[in-house]
Design a binder for this molecule. Structure first.
Ligand code: HEM
Length: 155
């Protein structure tokens, strides 16, 4: 009796594992299922969007006060842009590794409000629109970044 139960469990487990393996194989080998990173156009497209976005923020009097210090140091500004590229690349399923601080530590003590956050997102949307990023891709990216809001504002 015990033996039979074990055999049934083993068969069920191997069936389940079999289908998980098959499912992941199917997703990986299906060329129609592309990551957001690929659909955005990879690192060159993300870099172009980040450059435009940071330019928009620098010209946005609602929030550019936050970036005064970093904008005055070209080396620091470049490093900052690189971190944004890596972060978006990683968050969209690309091969990069973001090595900056977590969002809570990076924005601690800045007193960023909800409307500051929305202004920055507006500047990003302008950049995405300038490069004709599709509505689906835009929604997916904004969704991923929107998830960071709670760590960024009000602290
Ligand atoms: C989804 C929205 C946001 C993302 C993805 C984001 C991302 C980042 C990243 C990756 C860094 C660099 C962290 C590091 O150096 O380790 C950073 C720093 C910073 N962020 Fe944000 N951020 C967001 C929203 C905001 C907002 C709304 C503001 C202000 C309006 C802001 C102001 C800053 C400032 C001033 C720095 C520090 C720059 C410095 O090192 O001096 N961020 N952010």
């Amino acid at each position: 009796m015990m033996k039979r139960t074990l055999a049934v469990i083993a068969a069920a487990a191997s069936l389940a594992l079999g289908s998980i393996t098959m499912a992941s194989t199917t997703i990986k080998s299906d060329p129609a299922v592309k990551s957001l990173y690929e659909r955005l156009g990879g690192k060159p497209a993300i870099t172009a969007v980040v450059n435009e976005f940071v330019g928009n923020v620098a010209g946005d009097s609602r929030i550019n006060g936050f970036f005064k210090k970093i904008a005055s140091d070209p080396k620091a500004l470049n490093a900052f842009k690189g971190k944004l590229v890596d972060q978006i690349c990683q968050a969209s399923g690309g091969p990069c590794k973001y090595k900056g601080r977590d969002m809570k530590s990076a924005h601690r003590g800045m007193g960023i409000s909800d409307s500051d956050f929305n202004a920055l997102i507006e500047d990003l949307v302008k950049a995405l629109d300038k490069f004709n990023v599709g509505a689906t891709e835009k929604d997916e990216l904004l969704g991923a970044l929107g998830g960071m809001k709670g760590d960024i504002i009000g602290q």
